[in-house]
Design a protein around this ligand. Sequence first.
Ligand code: ACO
Length: 338
Amino acid sequence: MTDSVAPSAPALVPVKIAGTGSYLPERIMTNHDLEAMVDTSDEWITTRTGIKERRIAAEGEYTSHLATKAAEAALEQAGLNSDDVELIIVATITPDTLTPATACYVQQQLGSLKAVAFDISAACSGFLYALDYAKHTVGAGAFKNALIIGAEKLSAFVDWNDRNTCVLFGDGAGAAVILPSVSGDGKILSSQLGTDGAQAELLNIPCGGSACPITLENANEKTAVLAMQGREVFKHAVNAMKRASIEAIKAAGLTFQDIKLLIPHQANLRIIDAIVERLEIRREDVFINLDKYGNTSAAAVAIALDEAHRSGRINRGDKILLVAFGAGLTWASAVIEW
Ligand code: ACO
């Protein structure tokens, strides 16, 4: 893991989150619905993961559509017009198309015609990777603002016959607007990123890329779907998110007692409980919504941040800790003063 601010780097202007937004598709799929599809039970899913239901995008509703709706809500809250957006980053592992980037479709849908737009692929850590990048590039003055979005249509990349994976994931999007911080109106205090490519095989979508193009021969083999060694991923997730949380707190010059709310990646309640046990943080100071949405990968922390903010669990001056973990393996954390 590296501190994202190198000692020799020129001083950056502090940046803040000026607005958040989220969007969840209308269709709800409950654990009971899944009982009719695979050999599983509400009891197994609830006790092993904490998930009760998830959202599923409609046919014809793509990742970019979810992203655009979340972005519109964030822009409105930030008071920023879509034609003034200078940078759009979409974090996703379920892009509309392999190319162009989903961010290009979002740019078109928002009408943000002068924005530079590209995607980040860092799985569940993607939104925090985008936050870190925006902190540096807006902080350096290269762009006046950034719209960062985590958006996923995981339902399109799940094998609906595989009970090991299909019960875990859902669709959704969350967004935030990053602006330079005027003194006293909140700032990102620290952000940390980490990657361990040696563990890439633990969690991937094996086909659909250049390593394994979809052909007539493999088209029916369910290879363009998420494959995961769940137990191994679980262990790495707990260790990496614990380490990343401690690093981000230290880099911000704070202690866990200063943190009003922890917003962790929403993959599994047992992972969250294991992290809470290992950190000096109270369970009631942890934001959890995975019961409603399942694991929405890059969207999860962004949706949780928006819900925490809009429901009044974050207020001006509060210090919050965000931490995520995902395929790659990747992990990331950030401390924000609201
Ligand atoms: N319903 C019923 N039984 C099931 C189901 C199901 N949906 N899924 C698996 N089982 C069975 C297994 O077949 C196995 O049976 P067996 O003992 O007869 O072989 C048994 O339940 C136990 O399986 P485990 O995999 O050991 O279950 P575990 O307690 O580890 O829970 C889980 C599995 C939920 C996947 C967990 O390992 C986990 O959360 N892992 C981490 C996932 C994660 O954090 N991903 C993060 C990133 S995601 C991203 O980046 C896109």
